[in-house]
Every structure is written in C-alpha cells, then in structure tokens.
Design a protein around this ligand. Structure first.
Ligand SMILES: *Cc1c(COP(=O)(O)O)cnc(C)c1O
Length: 402
C-alpha cells in the first residue's frame, strides 16, 4: 500500500497544480464521517461543497446505484431510457417548474441556462441579433468554463484565459437600485445565487430576491437562480429562495447534492416558454440524462424528502449558530448563515482562515477556507445534535487557543 507521502508525491509529479488541498488523503466515507488512508477519522464539515448533503455513501443511494449499474448505464440521448422520465417528473414536481434539461456538472447547467435565456431573448423578447445582455452579481461563483469565468469578479479565475465571452454586466450583490439601472432593452436575464456560497456565505438584504423578481418581470427580464450549492435543503429550506415569500424564479439551476455525491448530475429547470426555445440538435450532452445518473438522482432526491433534511438543516443550523455566537474570541468578525450553511468571517488579527482549518483538521474536523478570511461550515445534513456538540467543543478550542 502507498504511504501518504508516496501518494502526495505521485500527485505532485503527475497532476495539474490547479488546487491547494489540505494534506489529508481520504480513503473512506460513511454518513458525516470520513477516514484518511492511515485510518484517522474526521467529521466532514464541507460536504464536498454541499454535494453530499445526504451523507457519504448514503445506503439508499448506494442501493439504487448498484441496482442500476448492473442493468443499464448509458444510452446517449439518441435513444430513450426508462429512468429519465421518472427523473423529469420527480424534479419538476419538487421544484414546481414546468420543464427540465439534465446535464452533468454544475457549470454545464449554468451554460445551459445562458444559452436558454439568450435564445429566449432573440426569439421571444425580440432582442437584436447578438446583442443579448445578462446581468450577474459581483463576487459570484457559477463554475469554471470560459463563458462562466468571463463574468466572474475573481482575477485568478479569468486572467490568462481570454478572449472572454462578452454580453455580461455586473452589479453589486443585493443592490436593487443597481439592478434597475443595469437593465436596458437588450437585457434578457438576471442570474444570481440567492446566497453567495464561494463568495463567503453572503446573504442579500431582506426582500432582495422578491424585489429583483418584481423588477425583472416589469422589464421582461428572466429571473434565474443558481441553487447548485444553496439548494436541496442546505439552507434549511428545500431551496434558499423559499426564505422569501412570493419568490418563484423563471429558471433554476441545480447540481451537487442532486446526486448525493455519487455521480455528476445537474439540471436547468425553467418555465415552458423558456425551455421551448431548444429544438433537437441545438443543445445536448452524451452523458446528460443517462439512466445511471437519473436512478442515482431519483434516490438522492427521495433521501432529502423522506428524511426532511430541510427541516433538520433549519433546526440544527439555528442551534449551531447560537452556540457559535456564544464563543468568545478576539478573531471573529462576524458569524452568518442560514440552516447548516454557516460562515465565520475572521478579522485581520486572525491572519487568514487557512491556519484555523489546519488546526481544525488536527482536531478531526475537515473544513476549508473560502476567500482569505472566511471559514465555511456545511456538514452533511444527516448530522445529529450530538455530533454538532462534538464539533463545537473542538471548534471552540481551536478558535480560543490558536
Ligand atoms: C459548485 C457551483 C457551481 C459549479 O458546479 P461544478 O459542478 O463544479 O461545475 C456553480 N454554481 C454554484 C453556485 C456552485 O456552488
């Protein structure tokens, strides 16, 4: 068996250097727990950026995956398969959207949304050819493809990757006045996360989503939400937009926990009149909608619904947040979040979040800094109060004694 050092050397020798992971090599996972290759156990407080809300190797999803894997895995969309219709119906019913288009990674589902709203702009709204504009939020994260990084605010995401895709306009996150000002006759959509995840668990002003929706409707602009990270029970509601009453996006992007971490499955969901812009041959993916992915996603959605993981996230999130706020520390600037989607922003004295994450790792808790000074806490939603108490003890120790 390879040692930790050997494995790290192999990675260094053969891998691209596009990540800076913590030096822990995971080899096994079950529920909220993961084990490294030397057998040390950790509580996973990141959940693969909320892709494993259902817990690692969830037994219900494992069963469905194994069953489908032995039956049929890929047909391409040249033929129909018997799992995709079930997935269509399940996800449309859960989200209340008319239609969906399955893809694999989150970024692909975002790309799908971009294509859909542009084509809607030309064919339905009547925008002049190649003039469509999409408004996005500053400090956003929507993935890593060329078009998606073209409207990122992070320099390192896009520097050196030009020429970038035109047609995007940025407004400060949560700024309704800026949204109104940015709209013109060529605007086809406003795309935003309801809470910025990679941006540092940033929550917009109260009522922003509802107001944004109203402004969009008034101006014939599509209101598109990226809930790849915030959706599927993470914030204490099935979708984060449900925190505001009366909000219903025209288009919704989901991924990550859609497959419970087993397989890349993502989707763009929309109203009929938007999805209808696609004709055969205009968009697609060899793996998108494959029977294995669909069977996994169906099981992953059932786990969320059956175990009411939205309620659990809400209740435990409130408890966790209250306890975190009781910790007295010279390093904490702000603690914010919704449900089990919590960010601790550290002040200048803390000298960055990375060393806190490394100290937490030594204590048996895995989490990752986002930006320089924010620690994100997002455990699998199958966590219990007892496990949270276990973690709190260690978090308090690290934050107060580092
Ligand atoms: C993770 C994420 C994406 C990209 O998903 P990938 O599967 O990594 O391509 C897009 N949007 C948001 C909000 C995300 O958190």
């Amino acid at each position: 068996m390879n040692t930790k050092k050997q494995l790290m050397n192999m990675e260094k020798k053969y891998g691209a250097n596009n990540y800076h992971p913590l030096d822990v090599i995971l080899a096994k996972g079950k529920g909220i727990w993961v084990w490294d290759n030397e057998g040390k156990k950790y509580l996973d407080f990141l959940s693969s950026y909320s892709a494993v809300n259902q817990g690692h190797c969830n037994p219900d999803i494992t069963r469905a995956a194994k069953k489908q894997m032995a039956k049929l895995t890929l047909t391409s969309r040249a033929f129909r398969n018997d799992q995709l219709p079930l997935f269509y119906e399940k996800l449309c019913k859960i989200t209340g959207m008319d239609r969906m288009l399955p893809m694999n990674s989150g970024a692909e589902a975002v790309e799908t949304a971009l294509k859909a709203v542009r084509k809607w702009g030309y064919t339905v709204k009547g925008v002049e050819k190649n003039k469509a504009e999409i408004i996005v939020s500053r400090n956003n994260f929507h993935g890593r493809t060329i078009s998606v990084v073209s409207f990122s605010s992070a320099k390192d995401y896009k520097d050196g990757f030009g020429p970038l895709t035109p047609g995007f306009k940025e407004i400060p996150f949560g700024d309704i006045k800026a949204l109104k000002k940015a709209i013109n006759k060529n605007t086809v959509a406003f795309l935003t996360e309801p809470i910025q995840g990679e941006g540092g668990i940033i929550i917009p002003p109260k009522g922003f989503l509802k107001e944004a929706q109203t402004v969009c409707r008034k101006n014939k602009v599509l209101f598109i939400l990226d809930e790849i990270q915030t959706g599927l029970c993470r914030t204490g509601k099935f979708f984060a937009y449900q925190w505001e009453s009366g909000v219903k996006p025209d288009g919704l992007i989901v991924g990550k926990a859609l497959s419970g971490g087993f397989y890349p499955v993502s989707a763009f969901l929309a109203k009929k009149e938007i999805m209808n812009v696609f004709n055969p041959g205009e968009h697609g993916s060899t793996f998108g909608g494959n029977p294995l992915g669909c069977a996994i996603a169906n099981a992953a959605l059932d786990v969320l619904v059956k175990n009411k993981l939205d309620k659990r996230s809400n209740e435990l999130g409130k408890y966790f947040m209250k306890k975190l706020k009781e910790i007295k520390s010279d390093y904490i600037k702000e603690i914010r979040g919704k449900g089990l989607f919590i960010g601790i922003e550290l002040n200048d004295k803390a000298k960055g979040a990375r060393r806190f994450c490394e100290a937490l790792m030594d204590q048996g808790i895995l989490c990752k800094e986002t930006h320089y000074n924010i620690i994100r806490f997002a455990p699998p939603l199958v966590i219990t109060k007892k496990d949270i108490d276990w973690a709190l003890k260690r978090i308090e120790k690290v934050i107060t004694t580092i």
